[in-house]
Ligand binder design. Structure first.
Ligand SMILES: [Zn+2]
Length: 507
């Protein structure tokens, strides 16, 4: 078995599943997949209240899949040891007999999501037969079948033709009695929230505490009379900034206020970061990861641990004003003080590469980052950063890119330019903003030389600017560096300059 990860960066503490004891001649794999996660988390949410419920909604997805997997074991009368994986909204149960019937359970799950979340999200279940020999000798093609089966089931969500669900909204909703958190058509009860949002708010508070366990029915996850204990562990808690006085989640507005905290200047804004591992599907197909269950298990658990354990630890230690919406599986959604988000993104793309860059595993992460005032609706920002991430993925086949401030750049080029310019600008921290805006103009001109021949003039303009406003006897090296980078890397230079300006601006 391969070592996919560099355990000097982080040791995923992998516990090998004792899979051999579970294998039978004829079995079925029951797979669950929570879909509509983006919609489940963000729809209707206003930024003002978002921090109270986002982490808990995200943790809820984890808890829900775990409770459901255990409930399925009970319904199929098998031990919970047959649950072979649960992470990032997915689970797999290796049932020791073929044709595991999940139809009734699927109906119950559908009813739950129709009643509580108006069918905007849900969990699909598939049951796929697998023989001992397929599992042992042909795991790769079996993995492929599983992926196809899940895709197929996604077309049949809620089995709409047969069930024709009626969504029951509360009646008599007005602006006065509408729930202030979800803005779904639900009436607020105590406080300003509906019953479901109240559960999320309370769960959010529990997640900020230590060593707590609770019963699944306290979260409103009830199938028949099935209950199970949920341990609020490190993975579930993840990391979010808290208010000093009462330990409640720090609101996004207050998180924005923490930007540029060690300086008298700099804008106060949120950075919204969405990132995921590039070309996972292709990688899984082409590498030896799916050659056996053990490889696959080790790889996916190791990767998940990097996101769900290592990253929150890093945040707690170094980037305390970043809120984890989710971090698990192979992706990441964070909201934080914008300058910490920038610093973190440079840090984590490097660390991730060191973590996975072995001969067998060549993986990279791409990012989309938006900088916004906390008054911007979070659902808009979630969609917007998704678009930015998509732009990063379209840069070329290798991806490994970042999109921010209207520019998509490759990480390698950006880091190189960022390092050089940071050094060069060290002694120019109080350079006039108007001068930096001129540099930005030159970046745009340099990028668009083919559109307008006048844009070739940027070099002489840069020269003129320096001879008029700067001291050429000591500033000429800054000019040379700018000249070179604006010419070769205008987009990367623009990103550096935008960050520089945002840090210089008066509050
Ligand atoms: Zn609500």
């Amino acid at each position: 078995m391969n070592n996919y990860f560099n355990t000097q960066i982080y040791n995923p503490d992998y516990q090998e599943s004792d899979i051999d004891t579970l294998i039978e001649e004829h079995m079925s794999l029951v797979v669950g997949d929570f879909w509509g996660i983006q919609s489940f988390l963000f729809d209707g949410l206003t930024t003002v209240t978002a921090a109270k419920v986002l982490r808990s909604k995200s943790a809820f997805i984890q808890v829900f899949t775990e409770v459901l997997a255990k409930y399925i074991c009970k319904r199929l009368s098998i031990d919970e040891k047959y649950i072979i994986s649960i992470n990032a909204g997915k689970f797999e149960i290796l049932v020791p007999f073929p044709n595991a019937d999940i139809n009734e359970i699927q109906k119950k799950v559908d009813t739950y999501f129709i009643e509580k979340f108006y069918a905007l999200s849900g969990v699909i279940l598939c049951s796929i037969n697998v023989s001992r020999s397929q599992w042992r000798d042909n795991y790769k093609s079996f993995r492929d079948d599983v992926a196809k089966e899940i895709e197929k089931s996604k077309f049949n969500k809620f089995d709409l033709i047969h069930t024709n669900p009626i969504l029951e909204y509360d009646t008599g909703i007005t602006n006065q009695n509408l729930c202030k958190v979800c803005n779904l058509r639900r009436r607020k009860e105590e406080h300003d929230y509906c019953h479901q949002c109240e559960i999320f708010v309370e769960f959010g508070k529990i997640l900020t505490q230590n060593n707590i366990s609770m019963s699944s029915d306290e979260l409103g996850i009830i199938f028949d009379d099935f209950k199970t204990i949920i341990e609020v562990d490190e993975r579930l808690k993840s990391y979010i900034p808290k208010e000093e006085e009462n330990g409640n989640p720090l609101l996004f507005e207050s998180i924005a206020e923490k930007s540029c905290k060690n300086s008298d200047v700099g804008i106060k804004a949120l950075g919204i970061l969405k990132a995921d591992v590039d070309s996972m599907g292709n990688f899984i197909k082409q590498s030896d990861v799916t050659d056996s269950f053990t490889n696959f298990d080790k790889f996916s658990k190791g990767l998940d641990n990097f996101f769900s354990i290592y990253i929150p630890r890093l945040l707690r230690e170094k980037y305390q004003n970043i809120y984890t919406v989710f971090s698990g599986g192979d992706d990441l959604f964070l909201v934080g003080a914008w300058d910490e988000i920038m610093e973190f993104s440079r840090d984590i793309q490097k660390q991730f590469k060191e973590f996975v860059y072995s001969k067998e595993t060549k993986l990279s992460i791409s990012f989309g980052i938006a900088i916004a005032k906390p008054s911007t609706p979070i659902s808009y920002l979630a969609n917007h950063t998704e678009e930015l991430l998509k732009a990063s993925k379209e840069i070329d086949d290798e991806k490994d890119a970042l999109t921010i401030w209207g520019e998509s750049v490759k990480w390698a080029d950006y880091i190189q330019v960022h390092t050089k310019l940071s050094e060069a600008f060290k002694d120019y921290q109080d350079l006039k903003t108007t001068t930096i805006y001129r540099f930005l103009e030159f970046c745009d001109m340099s990028k668009h030389i083919d559109k307008d021949i006048k844009n070739t003039l940027w070099k002489s303009k840069l020269n003129y600017l320096f001879s008029r406003n700067m001291d050429m006897s000591k500033d000429s090296s800054l000019m040379e560096i700018l000249n070179e980078n604006i010419e070769k890397h205008p987009s990367e230079t623009k990103i550096f300059l935008c960050e520089f300006i945002y840090k210089q601006r008066e509050h």
